[in-house]
Design a protein around this ligand. Structure first.
Ligand code: AMP
Length: 379
């Protein structure tokens, strides 16, 4: 009996546990909150990620450890890695936790990135704005997610306002200034690397964000072979440089035919949820196969899929369930503004059928605005 330990007990851990059941796996989740939604399917160890006694118990009870959450303290990951195999490795985790470290790595690997500069003081902000140019975005280096910890700077005159908002964070989590990429589309590549170094990437996914939070994903994205190859090449370089094992995602901006890397998620990713029904093997199952050293599954797309995120509260399920290719995922979380509480995936044989299904669902749920950009892309 193999037990997989997961640090973090959110919906990603929950979907991982569901994907692991057919493999006969057991799970143990470590999370600091009693109502972590993965705990509805797996035993929970409720403790702080820095609690050494809890980490020791966790290490005793699991055969291998992985993450649903990248902001687990790097020192906790390292401590665990001395006692039990941890995938991805703590170095990969710590690079992906820091926007400066990951952009520096991308640049070293020849992967295009926006202009960027580190900012530790108010004076450095002015120098960075001069170096990077406007428009630009000031971001926290660490602990930012879903567009939180970001300030958009349109002209140098916005520097005071940006500093007033984020300056206090400079000492705690560091700041980075990034050039604003005037992208045509946002894409992501979700890839998996096995313990033996085998690498596979699912087809490119196109993503739409609202208020910095993922709203919809379409896969396969309309992208030619050259673009797919560019994404695969970037994923391979990053994974090999970090000796990465497991699933990860690269968030990319498409600007004039070039993929510019925004950030890396060292875990299964929201833009890969469509793979549960829309690919031969899901990101969750392949992540488990990778960390356990099992053969990786095929990552081919099966038809055309669109994932719609439910943020804040769950809509009615019936219109999605009534669709022939409709799939419902309720994470069992209590509703809260800005919180990801579930998603739906619509799958169809053709882009036209997918567009028609999205139109029906969007109308029935009063979510026309959410589905509109996807329908436009499909037609
Ligand atoms: P992030 O938290 O870095 O994923 O940013 C959230 C969203 O903000 C991205 O999905 C983009 O829509 C936008 N964004 C972030 N960084 C940039 C950038 N350098 N240029 C243009 N848009 C950006």
């Amino acid at each position: 009996m193999t037990t997989v330990g997961i640090l973090g007990g959110g919906q990603l851990a929950r979907m991982m546990a569901l994907a692991g059941a057919p493999l006969g796996l057991r799970f143990l989740v470590l999370d600091s909150t009693a109502d972590a939604c993965a705990a509805q399917f797996a035993p929970l160890l409720e403790a702080d990620y820095r609690d050494e006694a809890a980490l020791a118990e966790f290490a005793r009870r699991v055969d291998v450890a992985t993450f649903d959450f990248e902001n687990v303290p790097a020192e906790s990951a390292r401590w665990l890695a001395e006692r039990v195999p941890v995938f991805p490795n703590p170095r990969a985790l710590s690079v992906a936790q820091d926007r400066l470290a990951e952009k520096t790595l991308f640049r070293e690997l020849g992967i295009p990135v926006p202009e960027f500069a580190t900012v530790d003081t108010r004076d450095e902000l002015d120098a960075a704005i001069a170096a990077v140019g406007t428009p630009c975005i000031l971001k926290t280096r660490r602990l930012g997610y879903d567009g939180k910890g970001q300030f958009r700077i349109k002209s140098p005159a916005d520097a005071d306002a940006a500093w007033a908002t984020l300056g206090a964070q400079a000492a705690r989590v560091g700041l980075i200034l990034e050039g604003f990429v005037a992208f045509q589309r946002e894409l992501s590549v979700v890839a998996v690397r096995g313990r033996d170094g085998a690498l596979r990437a699912w087809p490119l996914t196109e993503n739409w964000h609202v208020d910095g939070i993922l709203s919809a994903s379409l896969a396969p994205a309309s992208a030619d072979a050259a673009l797919q190859a560019q994404a695969l090449d970037a994923a391979r370089r990053v994974a090999e440089a970090l000796d990465y094992v497991g699933v990860f995602a690269l968030e990319l901006f498409l600007r004039d035919g070039v993929l510019v890397a925004n950030e890396m998620a060292p875990r299964v990713h929201n833009s890969g949820h469509w793979t549960i029904e829309g690919a031969e093997t899901s990101q969750f199952q392949n992540h488990l196969r990778a960390v356990l050293g099992l053969p990786l599954g095929d990552v081919r797309a099966v038809g055309h899929s669109c994932m719609l995120n439910w943020i804040g509260e769950m809509p009615a399920a019936a219109p999605v369930l009534a669709e022939p290719g409709g799939h419902w995922h309720d994470y069992g979380k209590s509703p809260r503004e800005g919180r990801k509480v579930g998603h739906a995936t619509l799958r169809a044989e053709t882009p036209a059928e997918l567009a028609a299904a999205l139109e029906r669902v969007g109308k029935a749920l009063g979510r026309e605005a959410q589905v509109a950009p996807v329908i436009t892309r499909l037609r």
